[in-house]
Design a protein around this ligand. Structure first.
Ligand SMILES: C[S@@+](CC[C@H](N)C(=O)[O-])C[C@H]1O[C@@H](n2cnc3c(N)ncnc32)[C@H](O)[C@@H]1O
Length: 388
């Protein structure tokens, strides 16, 4: 979809086409095109069907907003999920003037405007900028939002209360995990953040801790057990914790306990606990272990073990039935003996190719199990468990 096709979609005729497309978009694609082509030209038919399909796909991320919004495939993929954007926006003071310096289709600017901020956004891509504008209007937030097609470098960060940046982690060659290859690149983002009284910077969860600037607070956020992002809070928005892990949708949050040393380690107990990825990324495994009186299986690997069925929302818990030095033959024999036909394979600190192992196990049987593949000391182990 180009900018002209998108503009046509916003006209009364375009809206009518979009409504018609929404009713038939799941049907046979050829039949859907044939039906719409009776009333609309090829460009509008294609734009309406594409948009209706994207709205459907967006429901998981944007819930009840999705049927009112507009997307590009990349814009949707890069946009922040509504619950995560809302969580971040809660730290902003209503009435703040916020510069969103690479706004995409507007996932974050919508949350910030809803939280009462006045958002001036820029976006380098003209179609994406037009979509962000249309999304703010469609959700009744147009009065608090302005969007310009421009690069981040044109924004005078010092004249805002907060700089918000969610740099693109996707280049023409695909996804990038290297902050130096973000667009704008990480040093440029930090330089802009340093000129604003406060900043909120969204980055990939794998950001090395040493790239977090001094005095900032880094928050790792998971949603339903999957780590989604790290947020670097700077200046007036930085808390004093330094590091933080937050789980959504519960909103439970964990910060370092300065009185705590590194977690101890020891033999496999009756239970193994796998910490939430946000706690692992935030280097807060010792805090999770302390909460359940646990020890690590290995000092370098984030599996915690306990002898009692202690519980924390910060970890998934498994009961251990058997501990085997890892070998395909032994594991297969042990699982067969237990009648395990369905296995969930988890690994940490293990070089085993999980998909290959699943095939090689050739299991059949009516029971299910979780197999944890890990290393204790230098030796590989398999722990046969069930969720508890
Ligand atoms: C990760 S997306 C933003 C997603 C947005 N926060 C949301 O939730 O929808 C990053 C956006 O930055 C834009 N971009 C990349 N480099 C830019 C630059 N130098 N200036 C402004 N925008 C830029 C890309 O076109 C892309 O749409």
């Amino acid at each position: 979809m180009d900018l002209d096709a998108f503009r046509e979609l916003l006209t009364p005729r375009g809206q009518e086409a979009l409504e018609a497309a929404a009713e038939i978009v799941g049907d046979d694609p050829v039949a859907a095109v044939t039906r719409l082509r009776k009333s609309y030209d090829a460009a509008l038919t294609s734009a309406a069907l594409t948009q209706a399909g994207l709205r459907r796909r967006a429901a998981g991320k944007f819930g009840s907003d999705a049927p009112l919004m507009y997307f590009t495939p990349h814009g949707l993929e890069q946009a922040t999920r509504r619950e995560v954007a809302d969580h971040r926006a809660r730290r902003f003071t209503a009435g703040s003037r916020v510069a969103d310096v690479c706004c995409g289709i507007g996932g974050d600017l919508i949350a910030l405007a809803r939280a009462g901020c006045v958002v001036e956004a820029v976006e380098a891509d003209p179609l994406t900028a037009a979509i962000a504008r249309a999304n703010a209007d469609a959700l009744g937030l147009g009065e608090r939002v302005s969007v310009r097609t421009a690069t981040a470098a044109t924004v005078e960060a010092a004249s805002f209360d907060v700089l918000f940046a969610d740099p693109a982690r996707r280049s023409a060659r695909g996804r990038t995990f290297d902050p130096m290859s973000y667009s704008p690149p990480w040093p440029e983002v930090l330089e802009m953040a340093g000129r604003a009284p406060a900043a909120c910077l969204k980055v990939a969860p794998g950001i090395p801790h040493e790239l977090v600037p001094g005095g900032a607070e880094a928050e790792w956020v998971s949603y339903r057990g999957e780590v989604k992002e790290a947020v670097i809070w700077c200046g007036a928005l930085a808390g004093t914790a330094g590091r933080r892990a937050t789980m959504l949708p519960s909103g439970a949050t964990l910060t370092p306990d300065p009185a705590l040393g590194p977690a101890g380690h020891g033999p496999v107990g009756r239970y193994v606990h796998e910490p939430d990825g946000a706690a692992i990324r935030a280097h807060l495994v010792a805090e999770v272990a302390a909460a359940i009186g646990g020890r690590l299986l290995d000092p370098r690997i984030a599996y915690i073990t306990t002898d009692t069925p202690a519980r924390t929302p910060w970890a998934s818990r498994y009961e251990v039935h058997e501990v085997l030095p890892f070998s395909l033959k032994r594991l297969r024999a042990a699982l067969r003996e237990r009648g395990v036909g369905e296995v969930t394979l988890k690994k940490r600190g293990s070089a085993v190719d999980v998909e290959r192992l699943r095939k090689d196990l050739r299991l059949s049987g009516g029971h299910s199990a979780v197999v944890i593949l890990t290393r204790i000391g230098e030796k590989p182990f398999a722990l046969i468990c069930t969720p508890f």
